[in-house]
Write a protein that binds this ligand. Structure first.
Ligand code: ZN
Length: 436
């Protein structure tokens, strides 16, 4: 994936994706064939005579054509911190990373906590290839005191609610938010952290933090809030989505709750699946995020949770930061890393190629389930459906190079990592983007 020359999406009337493996478990589709797209819609799935075809042809031999991927947890920083990322640069990073949709978190400046803020995001992203779905704040100003106008924001286009960056601090507010969420059908997405337990910790509390003499964030800081949230979700029947699950204990709690029929879904992020707190020994501040990198045992539990369906979604938690916020001491560096341009490669290289999850499972966790959870329009590969597609090259060898990112930020722990498999291009709204 050399991106020395950055490319742009182009509007295409007639497009032929030729000879790819077309794969969509939602409609039991798995065959090597052509896909003819006309004015943004799938016209035909089947052999098309290329010689008489009038339009653009993309050779998809040995490539995979799958439903467009969604990253349901990203921070786009606009409004307020356009130096780190804008809606436009975030969308460009998303396209390059294989996503046709992203959901942006409300902790902007000001936060997305009213209908006009939600509409601002929708207007700013109108016409972009990537669909941008705002997640609105649960509480006004993310202050944890007063609920926002959730119904009004749903009408404006919000697809979920979160105080991400912070937990929903009070159980009583969470209760009311879940009651409303039940009416509107869009989930409460909680960043589970008991602040009195994480305090000013900077990494996972355990053997490594003790050795390094660094302040720890214990697993129970996450788990105690997961447990609370699950109880409130069970009591209210409202839809709860647990963001960025990082511990074995959280997995156990969510698995048990799902068995009891609690309306809960969960996500984890690529970094928890391929890095552990051992990586903090490097003092590379790109190993610092919330929740923190945990242990081997936690990582194993997360992988099992992906396999057995306890964890429904893989999301990046793309969190752009300015260089000066990261190029500082570990203790003072900002929490968070970017992920839009690395998630797919990490999943293909470290999960699929190693046989830990299948391609079909990846499609479930990165295309199908996020849309279901957020009640987005279904996206499947069928004649007459909108052509919302990601084209993967499962065989390409490439190296993550942060200097070539479309994102405005560079805070990745994966710079220099060798990858096998990546995104050839994406298609949505009649626009085609090809990674050059
Ligand atoms: Zn969070």
């Amino acid at each position: 994936m050399s991106k020395a020359q950055q490319s742009y999406p182009v509007q295409i009337e007639q497009l032929l994706l030729q000879g790819g493996r077309v794969l969509d478990p939602q409609v039991n589709l798995d065959k090597v064939t052509d896909v003819h797209i006309m004015n943004g819609k799938i016209k035909k799935i089947g052999k098309v005579d290329a010689k008489s075809f009038k339009g653009q042809i993309v050779d998809c031999q040995d490539k995979l054509i799958i439903p467009g991927l969604v990253d349901m947890h990203v921070h786009l920083r606009e409004p307020g911190r356009e130096d780190k990322e804008t809606i436009e640069t975030g969308c460009r990073a998303a396209m390059a990373g294989g996503f046709t949709a992203v959901c942006c978190m409300p902790n902007t400046q000001p936060p997305i906590d009213s209908r006009s803020h939600v509409e601002f995001i929708k207007e700013r992203s109108e016409g972009f290839l990537v669909d941008v779905h705002p997640i609105a704040a649960v509480t006004k100003g993310l202050q944890g005191e007063e609920l926002t106008e959730m119904g009004d924001m749903t009408d404006g286009g919000a697809v979920g609610f979160s105080d991400d960056g912070w937990p929903v601090k009070q159980a009583s507010l969470l209760r009311r938010a879940l009651e409303y969420a039940k009416m509107f059908g869009h989930p409460i997405i909680d960043h589970c952290e008991e602040l009195s337990l994480s305090e000013d910790g900077v990494m996972h509390e355990g053997f490594v933090s003790t050795g390094l003499g660094m302040k720890g964030i214990p697993s129970i800081s996450e788990e105690i809030t997961v447990a609370r949230d699950l109880l409130v979700a069970e009591y209210t029947g409202g839809p709860l989505h647990i963001a960025h699950v990082s511990t074995k204990g959280s997995v156990r709690l969510i698995r048990e709750a799902k068995k009891r029929g609690v309306s809960v879904t969960a996500e984890t992020c690529p970094h928890y699946l391929v890095l552990t707190d051992e990586a903090v020994r490097s003092f590379n501040t790109n190993m610092k995020m919330k929740p923190p990198l945990r242990t081997d045992e936690d990582q194993q539990a997360l992988i099992e949770a992906l396999q057995d369906g306890t964890i429904d979604v893989i999301a990046s938690d793309h969190a752009p930061h300015a260089i000066e916020e990261k190029e500082t001491e570990y203790n003072t560096a900002a929490f968070g890393i970017i992920g839009l341009e690395t998630t797919l490669g990490i999943v293909m290289t470290h999960l699929i190629a190693k046989g830990l999850i299948t391609l079909e499972e990846m499609i479930q966790k990165m295309a199908v389930n996020p849309r279901k959870i957020l009640r987005l329009a279904e996206c499947s590969i069928q004649v007459n459906a909108s052509a919302n597609l990601t084209v993967l090259d499962p065989n390409i060898d490439w190296t993550i190079d942060k200097t070539t990112f479309y994102s405005k930020s560079r805070n990745t722990p994966f710079d220099g990592w060798p990858m096998k498999g990546g995104c050839l291009g994406v298609l949505n709204k009649g626009q085609l983007f090809l990674n050059c």
